[in-house]
Design a protein around this ligand. Structure first.
Ligand code: PMT
Length: 394
């Protein structure tokens, strides 16, 4: 997700500096080009040799090295993003007041935007009003400051001041600097997961949908710049990005009400939820007692949410339905595509091993209105989401 991005990682002298080996590896794995600048103190905490090996670039430390000037202006211009991590109280103070007594600070001062500080220090230093004022100064220049974590600190005490973990830093970078703009003008609505239809206060009818497919779609649409709302049935699976709006629902009726509310302002709808077709006719207010050998449960039909939205669809809206079939797959999917007025349908066959409910992987056939079929391989659900988007938009 960071392919083509040039990133400077500025490492200052704190114990958390050793974690920058992991962050470097994660950034490179995401496709970024990484150049590392260390403060002279940081080399006491982590080896430049390890960092240069992981980043595939020479690590720079001083303004002058081997009778040569390290051009901080060129470095600042090259970088799409400069991360200062760990950012010590000392570096934060110098940055806030415009000191430039190191290559790292000179590069910071030469760069106008896209600078991310990841503070790490002891609790007393973090809570000191001087540090907090310095943080406010940096914020006032629109620099990004990540919060500190809580826990064991190098000094032995427990408290605020821990640097966030490399995975958390990476997630923030991906969300704030890594999104492409290919779907940036689109509002996308996605449904995912099962619905639950109550029988009594302790029992319900549902299905095995985990929500993973819809959540993967939401993440990939968001990574491509779309504004994403996810209407999510009961599941523990959640999108990793904070910027995805999640509306939790339980029943098919709640899902319908929420879909109706959002659909008006939606450009593209993906209906990946496994909505219960039927619900109990009545819900007992008390737990049903075990009595007879047999218990008859009367069910009534839930509204078909997708069919209702298909009827309301405007010309500039696109609807993608899903179909989970166990027999006559193509025929059934095509009939759903027509009867629900869809633009595309994503067919899941119960016959495919490793595909459908609950798995981390999926295998689908995307079908358009003309009946053209695009079969995928068995891939992770995130890759399937990319496969679907690539056939729809790119
Ligand atoms: O959640 P996972 O574990 O990752 O699994 C993903 C999935 C297999 C659930 C998903 O890929 C999928 O196939 N979802 C649709 C399953 C389904 O309910 O298919 P269906 O053939 O019953 O419904 C067809 C379409 O109508 C679906 O888009 C469904 O959301 C919609 N529908 C169905 C019934 C109803 N009352 N209202 C609806 O809107």
């Amino acid at each position: 997700m960071l392919e083509g991005k040039n990133i400077i990682l500025g490492i200052t002298g704190g114990i958390a500096a050793y974690k920058m080996t992991s962050l470097t590896r994660l950034l490179v794995k995401e496709g970024a080009s990484v150049k590392i600048i260390m403060s002279p103190e940081a080399v006491q905490f982590v080896s430049p040799l390890v960092l240069s090996t992981l980043s595939n670039n020479e690590v720079l430390i001083h303004l002058h090295e081997n009778n040569q000037w390290n051009n901080h202006i060129e470095l600042a211009t090259w970088a799409d993003l400069m991360i200062i991590a760990p950012a010590t109280a000392n570096t934060i103070a110098k940055a806030a007041h415009g000191l430039s007594d190191s290559l790292l600070l000179a590069t910071f001062l030469s760069k106008k935007s896209n600078i991310l500080f990841v503070p790490a220090m002891d609790e007393d230093m973090w809570l000191n009003p001087i540090t907090q004022q310095n943080i406010d100064i940096l914020k006032s220049f629109h620099h990004d400051i990540l919060p500190v974590g809580e826990g064991f600190l190098a000094s032995g005490i427990e408290g605020k001041g821990r640097m966030l973990e490399p995975e958390e830093i990476l997630l923030y970078i991906k969300e704030h600097y890594g999104r492409s703009k290919s779907l940036s003008s689109k509002k996308i609505l996605i449904t995912a997961g099962p619905t639950q239809e109550s029988i009594d206060p302790v029992r319900f009818i549902s299905n095995h949908s985990s929500g993973k497919m819809g959540v993967a779609l939401a993440e990939v649409c968001y990574e491509n710049g779309a504004e994403v709302t996810l209407i999510l049935g009961p599941t523990d699976v959640k999108p990793i990005y904070k910027g995805i709006e999640v509306v939790s629902v339980i029943t098919a009726e709640e899902m319908k009400i929420t879909c109706d509310e959002y659909f008006k302002d939606t450009n593209i709808l993906f209906m990946a939820a496994a909505v219960a077709d039927y619900k109990p006719m009545t819900r007992s207010s008390q737990k049903i007692k075990k009595k007879d050998e047999e218990l008859e449960l009367k069910l009534c039909k839930n509204d078909d949410i997708l069919k209702g939205l298909g009827l309301k669809k405007k010309e500039d809206q696109v609807i993608i339905g899903f179909a989970l079939e166990s027999e006559n797959e193509i025929e059934n999917a095509l009939s759903k595509l027509k009867s629900k007025n869809l633009d595309f349908i994503v067919l899941n066959s119960l016959k495919d091993e490793g595909a459908g409910f609950g798995y981390e992987t999926n295998q689908v056939t995307l079908i358009n209105k003309k009946g053209d079929k695009f079969p995928s391989d068995l891939l992770s659900k995130k890759e399937i989401a990319k496969f679907i988007l690539s056939h729809l938009f790119f």
